[in-house]
Design a protein around this ligand. Structure first.
Ligand SMILES: NC(=O)c1ccc[n+]([C@@H]2O[C@H](COP(=O)([O-])OP(=O)(O)OC[C@H]3O[C@@H](n4cnc5c(N)ncnc54)[C@H](OP(=O)(O)O)[C@@H]3O)[C@@H](O)[C@H]2O)c1
Length: 238
């Protein structure tokens, strides 16, 4: 699959899954713009990606920041939007603000990013939204987070209908051994990974490369639109 001459925007491209997608796209011939909140993280990522990459600040929790980010963008051929931070709590424990947090950050953050990118899309542009396999198999104590991922998957189908011929798809990963988890305390991470291994058909967590493969496929395949791909090792089925 060639991305030669194409321009990819990755919000949350400074680390984890977003960074690996940016790296793959550059290797395939694209130019990339990565966005995130930490300038240091963006600078370090750009240094690794080389001259085909540029960076700009964005906070997907702040609509004005999303608008500023896209004001500086000339053209979007591909958009991937994994950048979000939110809190997860049980239905019983979460106050309203905590319950709203994944919706504010992950749902509305991506909704607004696609909206702001709209005037910049090329005729054959493609979008991949970030969800999570909790949509299909809700964890014991994360009701609002699970529902938010379900809403993102429906948003992906709705935007595929409304924005065609722009293609819109969704990636819905299970637990992935990414920077996000490496930043958490080791005992917590190991317990979460062991539990996920028990719960998935393939008996392990996924890798960043495996999710990046799925995202690159959805971004680049011209006949894919309105789909959600579960990059989850069979977690949703067990
Ligand atoms: N890893 C998993 O197990 C897993 C499973 C299912 C779904 N996901 C989804 O995938 C997303 C990315 O995961 P990852 O593992 O790649 O995490 P990661 O390594 O922490 O990457 C998240 C990136 O997004 C940026 N970001 C965070 N909040 C942002 C905001 N408000 N505005 C703009 N950028 C923001 C971060 O940079 P700054 O902090 O500098 O902004 C960071 O570069 C998660 O948020 C989650 O929705 C992950």
């Amino acid at each position: 699959m060639t991305f030669s001459g194409r321009h990819l925007v990755v919000i949350g491209g400074g680390s984890g899954i977003g960074f690996r997608v940016a790296e793959r796209a550059v290797a395939a011939g694209a130019t990339v713009l990565i966005g995130g909140r930490s300038q240091d993280r963006l600078d370090a990522a750009c240094a690794r990606l080389g001259p085909a990459a540029d960076a700009a600040p964005i906070d997907t929790a702040d609509p004005a920041s999303i608008a500023r980010f896209f004001d500086g963008v000339e053209r979007v051929d591909h958009l991937f939007t994994p950048g979000a931070s939110y809190r997860v709590a049980s239905f019983r424990d979460a106050d309203d603000e905590t319950a709203r947090s994944p919706f504010e950050a992950k749902f509305w953050g991506q909704y607004r990013a696609v909206r702001a990118a709209l005037p910049k899309f090329s005729a054959d542009a493609s979008v991949v939204l970030m969800s999570g396999a909790a949509s299909a198999r809700p964890p014991a104590a994360a009701a609002a987070y699970a529902a938010c991922n379900g809403a993102i998957e429906t948003l992906g189908r709705a935007l595929a209908v409304e924005l065609a011929p722009v293609r819109v798809n969704v990636v819905s990963p299970g637990t992935i051994d990414s920077d996000l988890w490496r930043g958490r305390p080791a005992p917590l991470r190991e317990a979460a990974f062991a539990s996920y291994a028990d719960l998935s058909l393939l008996g392990r967590v996924g890798s960043v490369d495996e999710v990046a493969d799925t995202v690159m496929f959805l971004l680049g395949n011209g006949f894919m639109t309105g789909s959600t791909l579960f990059s989850d090792g069979g977690f949703a089925l067990r």
